[in-house]
Ligand binder design. Sequence first.
Ligand SMILES: C[S@@+](CC[C@H](N)C(=O)[O-])C[C@H]1O[C@@H](n2cnc3c(N)ncnc32)[C@H](O)[C@@H]1O
Length: 260
Amino acid sequence: MRRVQFIEIHDQPWFPSFLRDQVTDDLQVLLNVGKPYADIVPQLREGIERAGADRVLDLCSGAGGPWPWLAEDLERSGLHVPVELSDKYPNACARGRLQSNCAHLHYRDESVDARRVPRGLGGFRTLFTSFHHFPPEQAHEILRGAVASRQGIGIFEIPGRRPLTLLLLPLVLIADILVVPFLRPRPLTRLVWRWVIPIVPLVLFFDGIVSCLRAYSRGELRSLTSGVADSDYRWEIGCIQRGFLRLPITFLVGYPPSQK
Ligand SMILES: C[S@@+](CC[C@H](N)C(=O)[O-])C[C@H]1O[C@@H](n2cnc3c(N)ncnc32)[C@H](O)[C@@H]1O
């Protein structure tokens, strides 16, 4: 299947922010059922340690992705790192919720564009379920940015151009209408956008299909990294497939030699 660069609705500037926040909220809940990203802890930990980073800067954070539990898992594995979340369109409700419930997380309130991370923002960069948003030139810019600022980077993607992943998407639509409001109870006004005018589940479903169609394969990630010239910087590319569903997770981890 060829990669298709189409648009996702939720990250269009014209999409109302109150709906965008609900889409990323629901994505956060759905993607954390069964914690599929738990399988990447060894790769993430190794990347952070090899880069010698003492903090993490998560880009494209949406409603927090896996971080509410992932930071605790890292800590249990012996690695304590403060985690800063950021987004081009920060999710204000999620920021409030995360900051009062998760002491180890801080969510920046200003917009941070993953393609142009401000100089002062250090730390091992992570992107969960979001690298596919960027066409090759911008994806390349993100990798170049990490290399130029001598920061490590970890990219982890469940979306993929694979039949299994695409076949699960109708379940996302059904689960978002029938299950998510009970997993994280919603105020009545929010239920309107799921049960009366189901715009939130439909955008999740549509964006889920587009995400899968524009996800990078391992070969494409390899050619993106080969264009970033720096002989010191190391790249690791792979795919992990564990757990009950054996849902593949593609990863790209890059790090400069440790400064420590
Ligand atoms: C599919 S969501 C993923 C959210 C989260 N990482 C997760 O795992 O649930 C993609 C996020 O990327 C953000 N985004 C899109 N373009 C961006 C950019 N250029 N810089 C930073 N964030 C961006 C969107 O606002 C959205 O929150």
